[in-house]
Design a protein around this ligand. Sequence first.
Ligand code: NAP
Length: 256
Amino acid sequence: KKLNNLKALISLGQGVDHILKDNIIDQYIPVVRIVDPFMAKSMSHWVILSVLNFIRDTFGYYNQQKNKIYKPRKEINFTTLKIAVYGIGAIGSVVAKDLKQLGFKVEGWSRSQKHISGINCYYGKNKFKDMLKTCDIHVCLLPLTTETNNIFNNSSFQIMKKGSCFINAGRGEQVIEEHLIEKCMSGHISSAILDVYRSEPLLENSNLWEQKNIKIWPHVAAETNPETAAKQIANAIKCIENGKKPPNTIKRRLGY
Ligand code: NAP
C-alpha cells in the first residue's frame, strides 16, 4: 500500500494467492506470474512418484524390510484405475498428459471446457462430483481462489471410493485437514500425499505428522527455477517499461 509508484507485481511462483490474499493490490496494477515448463515437468515427476508409490505400495514394502518380511503385497490393477487431475492448466495439463503416457486412464477438471488429446476433460460442479465418485486417485493442482477454498472437505472425501488415494500440490487451504485426517484414520482414504498445508511451515503440533497413511512433503513438488524464471521476470519488466501487457498477467476477476 505504501508503494505509490508501483507499476506491477511479479510473483516468483506460478501461484498468486499470496499476493491477492489481503486485497491490498489495486485492481489496475498488473499481477504477473511465472509459467515455467521446468516447473510443470518437475510437478509431473512428483505426481508420478506419488502415484507409483501408491500403486506399488512402496511404503508397505519398506515396512516389511524393517521386519525382514519377504512376501508379495496386494497388487493394484493399474489398467482399471482412473486418475482425476483437478486443475488442468499450465501444470495440470502436463501432469495429465504424462500420466496418460504411462498408460493410466486420466480425467481432468477445469473451470472452462478444455480439450486435451487422450484425456477426458470435464468442467462444472456436477462433473467434479462425478470424478470424485468414479476415480481412484485424486490429484489437486488447482489455484487457490474463493471457489476452490475448502473444496476437499468431509463431503467431497465421502463421495470418493473407499480406498482412494488423495494427492495435493495445489494449496493447503483447499483441504480441510481435520476432515482428511478423519477419513485417513477410518481407512476411507487409504493414502494421502501432501506438499502444501493451511499453515506453512507445517506446525509442529499438526496432527498430520502422526498419520501413518499421510506422507508429508515440505512444499517442494515444483520449485521455481531461477534460470528460467529470471528470463520471464526480465521480459515482464521490459514489457511494463514499454507500456505493453506482459505475458502471463493474471485475470484479477478470476483470482488466478
Ligand atoms: P493455471 O495455469 O492457472 O491452471 C489452473 C487450472 O485450474 C485451470 O485448468 C483452471 O481452469 C482450473 N481452475 C481454476 N479455478 C477453478 C474452479 N473454480 N473450478 C475448476 N477448475 C478451476 O495454474 P498452474 O500454473 O497450473 O498452477 C496451479 C496451481 O498449482 C498454482 O496456483 C499453485 O497453487 C500450485 N503450485 C504448486 C506448486 C508446489 O510446489 N506445490 C508449484 C507450482 C504451483 P481453466 O483452465 O478453465 O482456467
